[in-house]
Design a protein around this ligand. Structure first.
Ligand code: NDP
Length: 397
């Protein structure tokens, strides 16, 4: 998708260009290495072919020359490791990365990562609307964000108008999970204050965003999380502190007694559960669908269990439950203005303390950070029951 629009500068190979004078202090909190004559020494987490992250990811270095004409040079501040990034590396995600030799590599390489925030370091003479010091995110997935620096035109970038009071981690994770939750709550059924929605994967980044946005808009939520050996009560309290009304496990959801419980909390069924959000798939979706009101919609956005959704036909015939899907990549591409509005609104809420980012496990990426540390962090994303989303936080690079 977008990477074909990128214009990486071919690496400079002379000794003069690659000599570094470092570190120097930049305007923001970090220091970094910079080459003479404004050449940046970029490092990228790349893959030459699809496969398991631990088998295919390699740290690759190249030089970036000063930007001219319509090019900007930027340095990344924070880039999350999302489940879809792993699927993309495995080659099972519909949005394919661009494999290119533009980063001075012998073989074509793709850069991992689809989300992140970068700071503009320098702009070419023909660039309009962006200047040094601006923060930018990507308009759509596909950019390749696991890298210290990049050079591109302004086209794929969305400027953050005001990053005052926000951290790179907050801005770097705003565009995928919160926008997905936002649109799913708004675009499939007309929820009114007091209406309920139900979701599985409620402790995921998307799930947490849905709880908070739903609460702000007056919707009540039933939240399903996977049963775990330890820590359920803590997680329940955590989700309740975000605004969750009810938190149950997937096992409780499968129990016959759930019908009675749902009738109780929805005031004998008089309060409607019009929407279900599906992050997980499998049998859990049947158990959710059984509890929804007639004519409700279930929106599938993830498949974390890798189990298919198979449905008893009475749910379709007698309850007229509708099944929809949502993909934020396609929505962002088709609705760039709406996407910007959504990002601005969530960042405003974040600044006001009304929206809290998902728990994160920072992976610090500095000049000396070894390939293995970065690869391990990506591979670790495949494990369940994590205490937070992995995120590369760039320091001295
Ligand atoms: P997070 O990394 O924040 O959370 C992962 C979630 O998945 C946790 O709730 C985790 O539960 C659960 N999980 C992990 N493994 C399993 C498993 N084997 N069975 C059931 N649940 C599991 O994820 P995100 O919020 O970033 O993404 C969640 C899903 O949504 C992903 O599939 C992602 O690709 C998708 N997504 C889709 C979008 C779209 O536009 N369609 C946009 C954004 C995300 P636990 O803590 O119990 O391990």
């Amino acid at each position: 998708m977008l990477p074909s629009r990128l214009a990486y500068r071919a690496g400079a190979t002379t000794l003069r260009q690659s000599r570094t004078i470092s570190p120097i202090t930049l305007g923001t909190q970090q220091s970094r290495s910079v080459s003479v004559y404004g050449y940046e020494q970029a490092k990228c987490l790349t893959f030459p072919d699809y496969g398991e992250p631990k088998d295919v990811l390699k740290l690759h270095g190249h030089s970036i020359s000063p930007p001219h004409r319509d090019l900007v040079t930027m340095r990344f501040l924070a880039s999350p490791i999302n489940p879809a990034d792993i699927n993309q590396i495995q080659g099972v995600y519909p949005s394919k990365p661009t494999f290119t030799t533009n980063m001075s590599s012998a073989e074509p390489l793709a850069v991992g990562g689809n989300e992140g925030v970068a700071e503009i370091m320098a702009v070419g003479s023909g660039v309009k609307g962006l200047q040094k010091g601006d923060w930018v995110i990507q308009k759509a997935p596909g950019f390749g964000t696991w890298r210290t620096h990049a050079q591109t035109t302004a086209d794929p970038l969305l400027k953050i108008e005001n990053h005052e009071g926000l951290t790179p981690e907050q801005v770097g994770t705003v565009s995928i999970n919160p926008c997905t939750a936002y649109r799913m709550l708004k675009d499939f059924v007309s929820l009114q204050p007091g209406d309920w929605f139900m979701q599985n994967g409620a402790n995921s980044g998307v799930g947490r965003a849905a709880i908070q946005l739903g609460k702000l808009w007056g919707y009540k939520s039933i939240n399903i999380v996977r049963k775990r050996e330890t820590g359920f009560e803590e997680m329940k309290k955590d989700l309740e502190s975000l605004g969750a009304d009810i938190v149950v496990t997937d096992e409780e959801m499968a129990d016959r007694s759930m019908r009675e419980k749902i009738m109780e909390i929805t005031n004998g069924g008089r309060e409607q559960i019009k929407l279900g959000l599906n992050c997980v798939g499998g049998k859990l979706v049947n158990n959710m669908a059984k509890q929804l009101s007639e004519g409700a919609h279930i929106v599938t956005y993830g498949a974390m269990s890798k189990q298919p959704v198979t449905l008893p036909t009475p749910l379709l015939i007698f309850k007229n439950i509708s099944f929809d899907g949502f993909w934020v990549s396609k929505w962002s591409k088709n609705n760039p203005e709406e996407k910007k509005k959504c990002v601005d609104e969530v960042l405003d809420l974040t600044r006001q303390g009304k929206f809290h980012d998902t728990p994160m496990q920072p992976v610090h990426w500095n000049i000396g950070t070894k390939q293995q540390e970065l690869v391990d962090a990506v591979q670790g994303t495949l494990e369940g029951y994590r205490s937070g989303k992995g995120i590369f936080v760039f320091g001295e690079t």
